[in-house]
Design a protein around this ligand. Structure first.
Ligand code: SF4
Length: 67
């Protein structure tokens, strides 16, 4: 199912991974949540590119003041 907000959502999507879920934020969030991860848009561009979307990496970046 495609989200009716897909085009708007894509304007706020910084994900650099080729993925069919781009712009379908509910699918994206559910996918990552099941793996104890957060979507790309929770990370700054340089960290997003590492594809480490784990909760642990997110907390580390917050504690380092990068988020
Ligand atoms: S954050 Fe993950 S699920 Fe979302 S578009 Fe990027 S790779 Fe796909």
């Amino acid at each position: 199912m495609n989200c009716p907000e897909k085009e708007n959502n894509l304007q706020n999507c910084n994900c650099s991974y080729p993925c069919a879920k781009k712009g379908n934020c509910c699918q994206c969030l559910l996918y990552h949540r099941k793996m104890r991860q957060l979507p790309a848009c929770f990370f700054p561009a340089d960290e997003e590119k590492t594809y480490d979307r784990s909760y642990e990496n997110f907390v580390r970046l917050v504690q380092a003041g990068k988020i």
